[in-house]
Design a protein around this ligand. Sequence first.
Ligand code: ADP
Length: 162
Amino acid sequence: MKVAVYPGSFDPVTYGHLDIIKRASQMFDKVIVAVMCNSAKTPLFTLDERVKMIIESVSELNNVYVESFSGLLIDYCKKENIHIVIRGLRAITDFEYELQIAQTNKELSHNEVDTVFLTTSLQYSYLSSSVVKEVASYNGDITPCVPDFVADTLYKKYGFRK
Ligand code: ADP
């Protein structure tokens, strides 16, 4: 069985992430979306909130599971016996960082963990969680960027009701 993990902060999940998840679910037997509990970043949403928003967004994809993890991704992969990591690439600006992480993971895992890159669908290439948060914080329209319940959660977080 081909299992892949799609790790990220997902703070919050966007249509860009969901597009990658959907396409990956058609390529692999099982996809685990692994939400990072990363001390280096201060997320807007708690781990629990981020996990719940993804669970709700992927409910129609039968082979997609949502988990969380802390620590090194390669340790999580080893524990779960996963050898494939999925990451999304939006633009050349993502590439340098992603290449560095992918090579580090390959090296640290003694070639046990490889990274598969999926390029963004063009209509989502501009989308990032940070931009969505910024627009929502000014009560701007984020409905083209995230599912409705994610938009509601964001507006509530910033004290707006829509
Ligand atoms: P990070 O894991 O770096 O904190 P995110 O949680 O925002 O970042 O993203 C997780 C993964 O999804 C990364 O590989 C990122 O490049 C990818 N990604 C984010 N937004 C998009 C998008 N609009 N289209 C395709 N891939 C995306």
